[in-house]
Design a protein around this ligand. Structure first.
Ligand SMILES: [Ca+2]
Ligand SMILES: [Ca+2]
Ligand SMILES: [Ca+2]
Ligand SMILES: [Ca+2]
Length: 731
């Protein structure tokens, strides 16, 4: 399809060239100039703000087309992108490149630097990192096969137009650094398959391995070469091979750094099972061998197979390969990437369902499957997902991007796969671009900061049809690390949170809960801040749990670790209940008071005078409950206060209550004394009687005096003479 489109475009461009040279061309409607403020002319990295935009940042646009972008990471969130460029009709297609930094700022000349603009056509760029801030960029074209080395400043290292690998045009070039500043390239010479050729270029640009490229296979219809490093500076190459004339098989060859083939003439068999094996891909096994995967039609339903080949050319796993996926329906076109630890991650197109989906599997150095049997779903959205690319980072994560027609058009999506097989961007992929009528041919590389950089071409439909190159960096922030909360416990409710600065976050959400936070479902953020510190205010005692979530415009990261803090305000003063009875005769005193919020313990103080301060006093006891039975086996009046306590401190004293203890028996019998009798009424009665007697005497006296005035007082009668009576005889 791409080839057909290229031919169409070339044809279209030819018309444009004729029109242009005839002075008929309609040039000026198109924006040739970028916003130069995005470019730092001193080549300094601008880090102040992102210029990454949703739906992508323009890498190359303007008059005529720019497409087929390829990308490689140069670390630290930066990448170099190369593309085929038709901006200058006089030179046909050319190769351009641009460097973008982590914030999306172009680092070289606006719209890209020229990699090669020789008069005839250059096309189908490929790229790989030079391991030193620059990149090797290869291409094919009317003048054969070429490669250029560009340093980190965008300066060509191998002459104005690069080093020529071969003067005959070829296809499907693959590049692999030689580890010494040079590069090894492999390609097939005929579009339908013919020779597989390879060549090395010295770090100084000198083309090595003789006057002509090395022939990897000169048998009929060998195509689709793929290459990877071994650990000795050499390379291992695999390809699809039709030498039998009946069906395709998979072969491989190993080249030393000097170009010597190690596995026989025309390579060694990886798989020659019946029916077709095709579309192989390869990655290093982290040693001197490689892991190869391919589409395998031995069963009649295409499946994904793999094989590991050791340094000596012997295959390590089951002869003719072990199954990665043999699910029902077709599985096709696997792409493989090492994870840096001797494992490999394979991604493929899968039609086990109702339409094409994308699956992935990870295998270890023994071929053991690490993820779900028959593969982990990367995307099974409706309609077709295909044309995927995979990249890995140094932490073993994989990044996949693809073309997606779930909405009917073609959009670009991407997914991040953790080493354990969990995908951490939205299910079925993170939308990279759906802005234009058509966006396609996405390529991806790790940014080595936990995210990925993706580039693709956009077909603009307004005006003359043309393509532009866009890129986007996707780094949904990783979870911040929330530091321990200090002081813990807090006695003022001012909770100071500190967390790690997330390189790519521009906003943080703070969540609080009274139980441990395992996810933020249903929680409302306490605050949203753009700093890495926040002071929360808590007004009640308790245990409080916090997490922080980082956000940027790509989305939210996962939650931070959960930290907690105990809030313990200094307790308020207790209220001591009156002590009853007020007079205590047995020395058993029962104290009770209210439950004070935040108190963990209570101190009981007793004295024989009113307590206004506990200064100098020693508590008689401390308890956790809100009552206390005291025992005072001596007479006296006793005064009590209570002080509440927690680890933060002590409350003010409670009110002071007292009780009198009187243990004296009333009558020596141990009975308590009766209270003195109330004699009031007796004395009143006596008084009344006395008054009554006095009144009688007085009244009588008055009456006697009145009678002596009316009748003379008779002389006192003489006592009556007693009558004599005869004695009574006593006979
Ligand atoms: Ca050209
Ligand atoms: Ca076969
Ligand atoms: Ca199958
Ligand atoms: Ca699908």
């Amino acid at each position: 399809m791409k080839r057909a489109r290229n031919r169409f475009t070339k044809y279209f461009l030819l018309i444009i060239v004729i029109a242009y040279t005839s002075g008929m061309v309609f040039l000026s409607n198109y924006d040739i100039n970028h916003d130069s403020t995005k470019i730092n002319q001193n080549q300094e990295i601008i880090t102040s703000n992102y210029t990454w935009e949703m739906n992508g940042t323009v890498i190359a646009d303007g008059y005529l087309s720019h497409y087929d972008p390829v990308i490689c990471s140069i670390g630290n969130g930066s990448a170099i992108i190369a593309w085929e460029d038709w901006r200058n009709p006089a030179t046909n297609s050319d190769i351009y490149a641009q460097r973008v930094n982590s914030t999306g700022h172009a680092q070289w000349t606006s719209n890209g630097i020229v990699v090669c603009n020789k008069t005839l056509g250059q096309e189908d760029p490929v790229i790989c990192s030079d391991g030193n801030d620059g990149a090797f960029i290869g291409w094919s074209g009317d003048e054969g096969m070429w490669v250029q080395k560009i340093n980190g400043n965008g300066e060509a290292q191998w002459g104005a137009n690069g080093s020529q690998l071969h003067n005959v045009s070829g296809y499907r070039m693959q590049l692999c650094p030689d580890g010494l500043g040079g590069v090894i390239a492999v390609w097939d010479e005929g579009f339908l398959g013919d020779l597989i050729l390879a060549r090395r270029v010295h770090s100084n640009g000198t083309v090595l391995w003789g006057a002509d490229p090395i022939i990897i296979s000169n048998l009929t219809n060998c195509v689709y070469p793929k290459i990877c490093n071994d650990s000795s500076g050499g390379v291992i190459i695999t390809w699809q091979d039709y030498r039998t004339g009946t069906d395709n098989n998979i072969y491989a060859q190993k080249l030393f750094l000097n170009g010597t083939a190690q596995w026989g003439s025309n390579g060694t068999i990886i798989c020659n099972q019946d029916n077709n094996q095709y579309a192989p891909d390869i990655c290093t096994d982290n040693g001197d061998g490689a892991i190869i995967t391919w589409t395998d039609n031995r069963s009649g339903s295409t499946d994904i197979y793999t094989q590991r080949i050791l340094f000596n050319g012997t295959t390590m796993w089951t002869s003719n390969g072990t199954i990665i996926c043999n699910s029902s329906g077709p599985q096709e076109t696997p792409r493989i990437h090492e994870d840096g630890s001797g494992n490999a991650i394979i991604v493929w197109n899968d039609y086990r369902g109702a339409n094409w989906d994308i699956y992935a599997q990870k295998i270890d150095g023994l071929g053991n499957h690490q993820w779900l049997a028959n593969g982990t779903i990367i995307c099974n959205a409706t309609n077709t997902q295909d044309d995927y690319m995979i990249s890995t980072d140094m932490s073993g994560r994989a990044f996949v991007t693809w073309e997606d027609s779930r909405t009917g058009g073609i959009d670009i999506f991407a997914q991040k796969i953790e080493p354990d097989g969990n995908v951490t961007w939205p299910q079925n992929g993170f939308l990279i671009c759906n802005k234009f009528d058509l966006q396609a041919d996405a390529q991806i590389c790790s940014d080595e900061l936990g995210g990925a950089i993706i580039t693709w071409e956009v077909q603009k439909q307004s005006g003359p049809p043309r393509y532009d190159v866009y890129a986007s960096r996707v780094i949904i922030p990783t979870s911040p690390t929330l530091e321990s909360i200090l002081p813990n416990p807090s006695n003022d409710g001012l909770i100071l949170l500190n967390w790690s600065d997330n390189y790519d976050a521009n906003k943080y959400y703070i969540y609080r809960n009274t139980s441990k936070i395992n996810n933020i479902n249903g929680l409302t953020p306490r605050a949203i801040v753009n700093a890495t510190v926040y002071q929360d205010i808590v007004t009640a005692n308790g245990l409080y749990h916090y997490v922080v979530v980082a956000e940027n415009f790509w989305g939210n990261g996962s939650i931070s670790n959960c930290q907690n803090v105990s809030v313990e305000f200094v307790p308020g003063p207790p209220i001591l209940d009156p002590i009853l009875p007020r007079i205590d005769n047995d020395g058993s005193i029962y104290l009770s008071w209210n439950d004070v919020i935040g108190a963990t313990d209570y101190y009981i103080f007793r004295d024989n005078v009113t307590i206004n301060s506990t200064l100098g006093l020693t508590p008689i006891d401390s308890v956790a409950q809100t009552f206390y039975p005291d025992s005072v086996p001596i007479n006296g009046t006793f005064f009590y206060v209570i002080v509440a306590y927690n680890s933060t401190g002590s409350s003010p004293i409670s009110n002071c209550e007292n009780v009198t203890v009187d243990l004296t028996p009333p009558n020596g019998n141990g009975e308590p004394d009766e209270p003195p009798p109330d004699n009031t009424w007796i004395w009143i009665s006596i008084l009344i009687v006395g008054i009554a007697i006095a009144a009688v005497i007085i009244i009588r006296g008055i009456m006697v005096r009145s009678r002596s005035k009316k009748t003379p007082l008779k002389p006192p009668k003489s006592p009556p003479t007693p009558s004599k009576k005869p004695p009574i005889s006593s006979e």
